[in-house]
Design a protein around this ligand. Structure first.
Ligand code: ZN
Length: 431
């Protein structure tokens, strides 16, 4: 039997708190899960620094990746199979892309990408096409298969239907992370009736559409995404931890460039600092390695690096104040001067952080980020864009919400052993 069609002699199941079970019958999927690059995802948390706010949020990208695979598998095997507009030859491609879609995520991805200026999507592609165990499994399917999988994940594939199952405004990726993140954080917002949504999904030409009768379940899904963003993903305390994390990486890079002599040489970071990261280096750096460095850097001589690491490890985070960059830029300039006078480096201790989200949008040609709208399939066979039918969705469509905060170490400002008069002025300005 050809490798792509090979089935396991017995179905394997993973116990999953969100989907109850994740079912695997295909040999290719089972082999991919066993690769070291996929196993590495166990050591990358799905929600980065969120565990410092919601202590349950310790789940990994491994959990989530299996979950996305399982949702896609259910859509294909239970809903799409046998329907005229679904081509079952795309089944394995879709399952592999679902399983591997986050393969290139690094430790605390967002902070890392910001400091070292790379994109995890490039690493996903590099792992799929490079000299890796994942690549060897995919090559056994066919010589073109790794490239096909990479194109689906990068959304450049011709197979639009397959792409829309994995990344669109209602895709398996979002449906998994909303429920999973809600489960592990313990909040009640991220829940919606996924079973209902899966049941009303239909393949239609080059996209997945939703039967009109399922509109209310989709409204619930969109509202839960909106709530999760503001209540969990952009939580100001998690952002404080991320600000500190980002500044640790900045500081370490800065010190390295200035030939600072570290007590413990940061060998895992050197290729990041010198911007010559190889795939091998990248794969070695998981969150357990990062935490090891943060532990030992607490003892560094450099006061900024050791202080920031102590803050991260012991959760002594920065406080925050609301900030409007358009109106308060003068205040920020004033604060920067006062921080310098008080002997607190504003580069590391006075940080503006912004979060922004667009909950749902219909198609607007020419926008920098064009979005595939959600289409409802009406009884007469016509398609209608969701916000034209749903008043709830219409109310939040296309409305970008942005939030800015100013982060600073309140404990430093309360310590009056030095710079007391400047600190008093700073505290008054931050009130
Ligand atoms: Zn994902």
């Amino acid at each position: 039997m050809v490798y792509s069609a090979e089935k396991l002699s017995e179905e394997k199941v993973f116990k999953d708190p969100v989907h109850r079970y994740v079912h695997v019958r295909d040999r290719v999927i089972w082999d991919l899960v066993g690769t070291k690059e996929f196993q590495r995802l166990r050591r990358i948390k799905q929600l980065g620094t969120t565990f410092l706010t919601f202590h349950g949020a310790e789940h990994s990208r491994f959990n989530h990746s299996l979950g996305v695979y399982e949702i896609v598998r259910r859509i294909i095997d239970d809903v799409f199979e046998g329907r005229a507009e679904w081509n079952d030859d795309d089944r394995l491609l879709t399952l592999c892309a679902a399983l591997l879609h986050d393969l290139g995520h690094g430790p605390f991805s967002h902070a890392f990408e910001k400091v070292f200026g790379f994109d995890h999507e490039d690493f996903t592609r590099a792992i799929i096409l490079g000299s890796t165990e994942v690549n060897r499994v995919l090559l056994r399917v066919s010589p073109e298969f790794p490239e096909q999988v990479a194109e689906v994940i990068a959304k450049t594939s011709e197979k639009k239907m397959v792409v829309s199952l994995i990344s669109s405004q209602i895709d398996a990726d979002r449906m998994d992370y909303l429920q999973r993140d809600a489960y592990f954080t313990g909040v009640s917002y991220g829940q919606f009736d996924m079973e209902r949504i899966l049941r009303v999904m239909r393949p239609r030409e080059d996209q997945v559409v939703i039967k009109k009768s399922g509109m209310h379940a989709v409204e619930d899904y969109i509202m839960s995404r909106y709530q999760m963003y503001w209540q969990v993903y952009f939580h100001p305390v998690s952002r404080s931890a991320e600000v500190i994390l980002t500044k640790i990486l900045h500081r370490a890079k800065e010190l390295f460039k200035n030939n600072y002599s570290f007590k413990h040489e940061p060998i895992h970071f050197i290729s990041f600092f010198t911007e010559q990261v190889t795939l091998e280096d990248y794969l070695k750096l998981d969150e357990s390695v990062i935490m090891f460095y943060f532990q030992i850097w607490q003892e560094e001589v450099d006061p900024i690096l050791s202080d920031l690491c102590r803050r991260f490890v012991n959760r002594n985070l920065f406080k925050y104040a609301e900030f409007d960059p358009a109106k308060e830029y003068k205040k920020l300039a004033e604060l920067t001067v006062l921080f310098e006078k008080a002997g607190i480096d504003p580069e590391y201790y006075l940080v503006v952080d912004s979060s922004s989200d667009l909950p749902y949008d219909f198609y607007r040609p020419g926008e920098e980020e064009e979005r595939l709208p959600i289409h409802l399939l009406m009884k007469n066979g016509d398609l209608r864009e969701l916000s034209r039918e749903s008043e709830i969705v219409d109310a939040i469509s296309g409305k970008r919400r942005t939030d800015h905060k100013l982060y600073y170490p309140a404990d430093f400002l309360e310590d009056t052993a030095s710079g007391a008069e400047w600190k008093k002025k700073i505290r008054a300005l931050l009130q």
